[in-house]
Unconditional design. Structure first.
Ligand SMILES: [Zn+2]
Ligand SMILES: [Zn+2]
Length: 369
C-alpha cells in the first residue's frame, strides 16, 4: 500500500470516528432527544393501519406462528382474519396480543374470537385481547366462540381480569370504560349429529349474511372436540386447521379454499429430540416428545392434504419444533416440494395474505415493522 493511500485510509477512519462521536454527543442533547421522541411517538400513535380494514379484500395476518416450544421470535397460535371492517381472531396464544399492539392493528374493531381448542398455547392471551380492545374503544361486549367448554374458559379469564376492569372504570370513568362493553359472551359451538370415529362433523358457527364461519371437527385426541375454522366472504375463503393429526375430513371441508393455514410438526426432528432427551436422562421430556407425535400433522402430510383439498395456497404455522434458522427450515421442509412443488410457504409473525374481492389474486406480504 503506498503512503498516500495509507494516510487516506487512516484519515477516513478518523473522520468516521469523529462523526460517530459527534452523533453520539448530539443524541445526548435534551432538545434533540425531545424532537426525536416527538417524531417517533407521532409515527407510532398516528401510523394508519386502518387500511387493513378496507372492505376490498378478505385478509389474514399471522399474529402467532409458534407451537408451545419456546421460540424467541414468534408468539403462540393466533391468526387474525379481517373481513367487512372487522378483525376476527382465531386463537389467542401467549404473546399474540403483543404482536397486534406493536403492529398498531386497529383492535378496537375486533369482531369476535374463535378458539380452536383450549390448550394453553391457543388461549393464553384471551384476557389481553378482551382488556385491550375494550380499553382502546371496543363498543360492545366481545363474542368468544369455541367448542363446548368455552364458557369455563371465558368465565375464568373474566374473573382473573375483573379487578383490573374495576380499576380502569374507576380511574377513567364509566363513559370511557363501560363495564358492560368489557364483558365477554361465550358461544359454545355444537356440532351437528352424533360423534363418529371419523370426526367428520361441521357446524355453522357464525353467519351474518356476508361472512360465514364454519367449525370443522378435527383430530387432536384426547382433546375432544377440537375445531378448525373456514371463513367464506364474498367468494373468497380461508381455512385454519387448528391443532390436528392428519385429518382427511379437513380436506373435504377445505375444498377449493383460497388459503389453508395448517399446523406442522416435523416428526423426524421431534423423534430426534426425543432420542437426545432420552440419552440425556430426561425421561419426562422424552415421554412428552413421544406423546405429541400422535396428534399433529407433518409438513409433507399437510402438503398432501392441501393437494386433496385443491387449495391455492398452503401456509404453514404452529411449528414443532421451532424453526430457528436456515438449517432448521431446510430440515423442516424436507420432502414438501416432491408432494407440492408450488403454492406453499412458511409463515412468520406478521405474514399477511390478501385476497382481493372479485378476483382470484393472492397477495403475500407482511405487517411486521
Ligand atoms: Zn397448539
Ligand atoms: Zn393443542
Amino acid at each position: 500500500m503506498n503512503r498516500w493511500l495509507r494516510w487516506g485510509l487512516i484519515g477516513l477512519v478518523v473522520l468516521a470516528a469523529v462523526a460517530g462521536a459527534g452523533a453520539y454527543a448530539v443524541l445526548r442533547v435534551p432538545a434533540v432527544q425531545d424532537a426525536l421522541f416527538e417524531r417517533l411517538a407521532t409515527n407510532a400513535l398516528f401510523s394508519n393501519r386502518d387500511a387493513v380494514l378496507k372492505d376490498d379484500a378478505l385478509r389474514a395476518i399471522v399474529c402467532g406462528s409458534s407451537s408451545p416450544m419456546p421460540d424467541p421470535h414468534r408468539a403462540k397460535a393466533c391468526i387474525a382474519v379481517i373481513a367487512g371492517g372487522k378483525i376476527y381472531i382465531v386463537d389467542t396464544g401467549p404473546q399474540s396480543y403483543g404482536n397486534i399492539a406493536v403492529w398498531g392493528l386497529p383492535i378496537r374493531h375486533i369482531g369476535a374470537v374463535f378458539l380452536t381448542h383450549f390448550h394453553s398455547d391457543h388461549i393464553g392471551d384471551l384476557g389481553e385481547f378482551n382488556m385491550n380492545s375494550w380499553a382502546l374503544g371496543r363498543a360492545a361486549p366481545l363474542d368468544v366462540y369455541g367448542p363446548p367448554g368455552v364458557e369455563r374458559v371465558v368465565a375464568g379469564f373474566a374473573e382473573a381480569y375483573a379487578l383490573d376492569q374495576g380499576y380502569r372504570t374507576l380511574h377513567h370513568g364509566a363513559d370511557l370504560m363501560s363495564p358492560d362493553n368489557w364483558k365477554m359472551i361465550a358461544h359454545p359451538i355444537a356440532l351437528t349429529g352424533d360423534a363418529t370415529p371419523a370426526r367428520d362433523r361441521t357446524a355453522i358457527a357464525f353467519d351474518d349474511g356476508t361472512l360465514k364461519v364454519t367449525a370443522i371437527e378435527v383430530n387432536h385426541s384426547p382433546v375432544e372436540p377440537a375445531y378448525g375454522y373456514r371463513f367464506d366472504y364474498k367468494g373468497r375463503s380461508i381455512v385454519i386447521s387448528g391443532d390436528t393429526a392428519r385429518h382427511p375430513p379437513l380436506a373435504k371441508a377445505a375444498q377449493d379454499a383460497d388459503v389453508l393455514f395448517h399446523e406442522a410438526q416435523a416428526q423426524a426432528m421431534v423423534q430426534g429430540l426425543q432420542t437426545i432427551a432420552d440419552h440425556a436422562g430426561n425421561a419426562r421430556l422424552a415421554h412428552i416428545l413421544h406423546d405429541i407425535q400422535s396428534y399433529h400433522t407433518s409438513p409433507v402430510e399437510a402438503a398432501g392434504l392441501a393437494n386433496d383439498a385443491k387449495v391455492k395456497l398452503l401456509v404453514f404455522y404452529h411449528f414443532t419444533p421451532p424453526v430457528l434458522n436456515m438449517v432448521a427450515e431446510a430440515m423442516f421442509t424436507r420432502g414438501i416440494a416432491a408432494v407440492r412443488p408450488d403454492g406453499w410457504l412458511m409463515s412468520h409473525d406478521g405474514t399477511m395474505i390478501e385476497l382481493p374481492l372479485g378476483s382470484s389474486e393472492i397477495k403475500i406480504g407482511s405487517v411486521a415493522r
